[in-house]
Design a binder for this molecule. Structure first.
Ligand code: FCA
Length: 341
């Protein structure tokens, strides 16, 4: 054996020996080493009103996707712009690669997208679509309700409820709780009003009550003002963009003596009204257009995950449909929904 070969063999043995005995971790690329597995994907799910059952259900759906696909989910309520911007930074620091968001203000869209881009985070929007210079930001993936259609179903249902009760148009009016600065909200209430008119309800007996905040107190206040302005109305039909909008108006009506015999409201969401529908004594809130919030949370989280993991671009516009649920059938509607894949 020549000297150089001997030396090199000796060196290799020494290296092997050192590697075997050393306490240092083996090189990160060893397949057998679990530490070498790629880091788990981390995704955020940010919502504007975490106290609303609608958004809690979206989180449940996102959690389902996280368990199924094996990613980490960071859930956070973001009630204003400052919280959104802070949370984008926090997500980036935590090593997240993207987030799903229902923004507290649609006009935050451009600033939010700029910050997300700067931080290398992908964004999927749910429910409320971003606005830039008064126009929808159609380039950002969005999943939300078929707003005008679901609103239309709310209006048709209200019309048939009035007919079923034999209410005369002269005594009846519509309380439309609106929040027109939000597109999805305006499309729902416009759709509902259009359906009532198409069915023959007179336009001059449809009154809008604009709410300042999208919660029950906001809608209570808006409806209260309308009731003060129209003491002559004996029967009310109540519509609004979601369950909270209708629930607030129902509470305002009740405080003035209206009951299930003199007022009827149909919500949208079908998530925030379950306690109401379970009440032993019927209130004016008689049903809601149920949309699967769990499904929306699951699908948006799934879209984002596939985008991050495989580079699969999500569809830019995905819409969901609603089903009417009433005091009579709501438990069944929910059960049916949960049995769907
Ligand atoms: C908006 C409303 C929510 C829900 C969602 C689909 O964000 O605020 O209550 O209706 O659209």
């Amino acid at each position: 054996m020549n000297l150089p070969r001997f030396l090199s063999l000796g060196l290799s043995c020494a290296m092997l020996f050192t590697a075997a005995c050393s306490k240092q971790p083996a090189p990160a690329s060893t397949a057998a080493n679990p530490a070498a597995a790629p880091a788990k994907i981390k995704l955020g799910f940010l919502v504007k009103q975490p106290e609303e059952p609608w958004f809690q259900d979206e989180w449940k759906g996102a959690e389902k996707a996280a368990t199924q696909y094996g990613f980490d989910l960071i859930k956070q309520g973001v009630q204003d712009g400052e919280k959104v911007m802070g949370m984008i930074d926090n997500l980036a620091v935590a090593g997240a690669q993207g987030f799903v968001i229902c923004t507290p203000d649609v006009r935050l869209g451009p600033a939010l997208m700029a910050r997300a881009k700067q931080r290398g985070l992908k964004v999927v929007t749910v429910d409320d679509q971003f606005i830039s210079d008064g126009k929808l930001m159609l380039e950002v993936p969005y999943l939300g309700m078929s707003a005008s259609r679901i609103g239309g179903q709310q209006g048709q249902t209200l019309f048939s409820e009035a007919k079923k009760r034999g209410w005369r148009t002269e005594d009846t009016a519509v309380c439309a709780v609106t929040f027109e600065e939000l597109d999805t909200a305006r499309e729902r209430t416009d759709g509902s009003i259009a359906a009532l008119q198409a069915a023959g309800f007179p336009a001059d007996r449809i009154f809008k009550a604009a709410k300042k905040t999208t919660d029950i107190p906001g809608s209570f206040d808006a409806a209260n003002i309308l009731l003060t302005q129209h003491p002559e109305v004996k029967r009310w039909l109540i519509l609004g963009m979601n369950d909270s909008a209708v629930l607030g108006a129902v509470r305002a009506m009740e405080s003035r003596g209206f009951t299930a015999d003199t007022a009827v409201g149909i919500g949208i969401n079908g998530t925030d009204c379950l306690d109401e529908l379970r009440k032993a004594k019927p209130t004016p809130f008689s049903g809601s257009m149920r949309v699967s919030a769990i499904g929306e949370g699951y699908r948006t989280a799934e879209m984002l995950f596939k985008w991050v993991k495989d580079g699969t671009q999500p569809a830019l516009d995905t819409r969901t449909e609603g089903t009417l649920m009433t005091r009579e059938n709501f438990e069944q509607v929910i059960k049916q929904e949960s049995s769907q894949p």
